[in-house]
Design a protein around this ligand. Structure first.
Ligand code: FES
Ligand code: FES
Length: 184
């Protein structure tokens, strides 16, 4: 039996030591807000916090969590920064299909908690591991800046999606959401 601290609650799970945390969260505990994208730490859809740091739960064995606090998208709004990030996402109407957005919000919250006023370069580094096949990057950046500056921007002044990516980049983003086993 493994005991986890998830969103402030103690949860006991009877699972193999090497089961990825993502499987435990979704299939065992039923917290399905965290998404499966690639399964190989390449897309960021599965991002959760471990003691406040953004980690890829698809490649993190549950036995490696130990006593560290796990925060998922279901619990991130309990922190002041997480609540502001979620509000900014709503204000700026970031979401398109939504599949990547749990991971985006978790990465943005970890960034802003550690660096309240990030530079563009710091935003790029912190968010570079989170892929959005809908191309919501421009609005994600604006939402992060809203939290950092407190200044609201009218969503209709911001493009819905990033400037068109090259066909190769678009294909790579789509492939990142294809299950590896389906490609075998
Ligand atoms: S599902 Fe974990 S990084 Fe893609
Ligand atoms: S909003 Fe659709 S993948 Fe990001």
């Amino acid at each position: 039996m493994i005991v986890l601290n998830i969103n402030g609650e103690s949860r006991s799970v009877d699972v193999p030591d090497d089961m990825p945390l993502l499987w435990v969260l979704r299939d065992v505990i039923g917290l399905t807000g965290t998404k499966f994208g690639c399964g190989i730490a390449q897309c960021g859809a599965c991002t959760v916090h471990l003691d406040g740091a953004a980690v890829r739960s698809c490649v993190l064995p549950v036995s490696a969590v130990g006593s560290k606090a796990v925060t998922t998208i279901e619990g991130v709004g309990a922190s002041a920064v997480g609540k502001k990030v979620q509000q900014a996402w709503l204000d700026i109407e970031v979401v398109q299909c939504g599949y990547c957005q749990s991971g985006q919000i978790m990465s943005a919250t970890a960034l802003l908690a550690a660096t309240p006023e990030p530079s563009d370069a710091e935003i790029d580094v912190a968010m570079s591991g989170n892929i959005c096949r809908c191309g919501t990057y421009v609005r994600i950046r604006e939402a992060i800046k809203q939290v950092a500056t407190g200044q609201k921007v009218a969503p209709q002044t911001i493009p819905n999606v990033a400037p068109t990516a090259s066909p190769a980049a678009a294909a790579a983003a789509l492939l990142s959401f294809v299950r590896v086993e389906d490609m075998a």
